[in-house]
Design a protein around this ligand. Structure first.
Ligand SMILES: *[C@@H]1O[C@H](CO)[C@@H](O)[C@H](O)[C@H]1NC(C)=O
Ligand SMILES: *[C@@H]1O[C@H](CO)[C@@H](O)[C@H](O)[C@H]1NC(C)=O
Length: 404
């Protein structure tokens, strides 16, 4: 909870080091009622994020160390992204209200705009996107469809492909008590570049996840946009549910995913599966062990090199989870970053098919509050990695909020 009891949002920078992680704060933006002169600007101040986060822990060891919603996040995004071209007219005449956004778009204005992709609300569930800057297109995964959009005609997909769930899976899903409209369809949750001509795609397949390849071909003007006939199981690659928070990254032919592998969404793990390998080899975090992961909500994942040797490459997962450090009755949520080595092959005698390099740390971000009580930003909402000239040291920004 924020110092003043208000729900607040902050933007922090996060620095990753080989064996320690610092949360180095450059700035925090609280949606606070502190500065009435500029109420519409996020108040970037030189708060320094407390850097207690210098400890990576293995899952077996316990470490000493401290809950969130999209509506306010959207407000933040509107504040940040939507600045009207002509702001002087509106802003000059009216006094700015304390909490109102700079620009408001009504639902019908949005729908009428040619800059908005909208399929009449029938598809919905746009959960995955893949921007291809070289080809100048954006792939969007929806319900039973993948669309290709071009920047000049965002409102009208230039290609689309129908990819439904198998009829028997839809029926099984319905019999299990799920909704035909919102659950028992193939919600495309993953789109990752596979090679120069193919994209790897996974969908929930009516609670029976499935993956395949989307053939785009060599041409930018006339992409093929054809699905492969080969459909693989999406277990450990894609969640069963269209709504479960999920992240995955395909790198060097292997898919690293933070997802659950069961109908109920209770068996969540960080998985690595080989794509297109004849072997069924996989590595994961231990199942149902709260020291590894405790009801995680995955936010993002990235492959970041550690040294110049590819053997040292690491994959980072950002998520939040129920804090095991807090007492049994304390339902606190903490933000975390976990790391695995790409060259991890699992244990030989123990930890077979389990990560031997899994480490995690808490992201501790707080700012001094007005009354001397620190405001803790315990809940990670989103992550953005800004690549720099030094690939080993990208600048990582996290949007955090206080717990409600
Ligand atoms: C959007 O379009 C509909 C029908 O084309 C029209 O009736 C409505 O007034 C438009 N809304 C706005 C805000 O322009
Ligand atoms: C890309 O992957 C697809 C699917 O496995 C394969 O059929 C195709 O030959 C590959 N293309 C290249 C250029 O490697």
């Amino acid at each position: 909870m924020g110092a003043g009891g208000r729900w607040q949002v902050g933007v922090f920078s996060i620095r990753l080091h080989p064996l320690s992680l610092q949360v180095g704060g450059v700035s925090a933006a609280g949606l606070e009622e502190q500065n009435p002169s500029a109420p519409h600007d996020l108040q970037y101040q030189d708060f320094v994020c407390s850097a207690q986060c210098d400890q990576w822990v293995r899952p077996i060891a316990r470490s000493p160390s401290t809950p969130s919603q999209m509506a306010a996040m959207l407000t933040l995004c509107l504040l940040l992204c939507l600045q009207p071209a002509d702001s002087s007219a509106a802003a000059g005449s009216r006094p700015r209200s304390q909490t109102g956004p700079r620009l408001q778009l009504s639902h019908s204005e949005l729908r009428n705009s040619s800059g908005v992709f909208w399929t009449g609300g029938v598809s919905g569930g746009y959960e995955s996107m893949l921007l291809d800057e070289d080809h100048g297109w954006l792939l969007v995964g929806g319900k039973d469809h993948i669309y290709l959009l071009r920047p000049d005609r965002l409102d009208l997909p230039s290609r689309s492909v129908y990819w439904p769930a198998a009829t028997e899976h839809v029926e099984h899903c319905r019999l299990a008590g799920k909704s035909l409209e919102t659950d028992c369809a193939n919600f495309v949750r993953l789109l990752q570049p596979f090679n120069k001509t193919h994209v790897y795609a996974c969908g929930t397949g009516a609670f029976q996840p499935q993956c395949t390849y989307l053939h785009l071909g060599p041409s930018t003007e006339e992409p093929l946009f054809m699905l492969s006939h080969a459909v693989e199981s999406g277990r450990g690659k894609c969640p069963f549910s269209p709504r479960e928070p999920f992240t995955a990254r395909l790198t060097d032919g292997e898919l690293y995913a933070g997802t659950s592998v069961d109908f109920m969404g209770a068996n969540a793990a960080i998985f690595r599966t080989t794509i297109q390998g004849s072997s069924q080899h996989y590595i994961r975090t231990e199942a149902y062990d709260h020291n590894w992961l405790n009801e995680p909500e995955f936010i993002a994942s990235f492959s970041i090199p550690d040294t110049h040797s590819p053997d040292d490459d690491k994959v980072y997962f950002f998520f939040k989870e129920k804090a095991v450090e807090a007492g049994q009755w304390d339902k606190r949520v903490y933000s975390r970053v976990a790391r695995v080595c790409k060259n991890d092959v699992g244990g030989r005698r123990s930890l077979i098919n389990r990560w031997t390099t899994f480490l995690k740390a808490r992201l501790v971000c707080s700012v001094p509050g007005p009354s001397g009580v620190d405001t803790h930003f315990d809940e990670l909402e989103d992550i953005f990695v800004l690549e720099t000239k030094d690939p080993q040291n990208p600048t990582i920004y996290g949007v955090f909020s206080t717990s409600r």
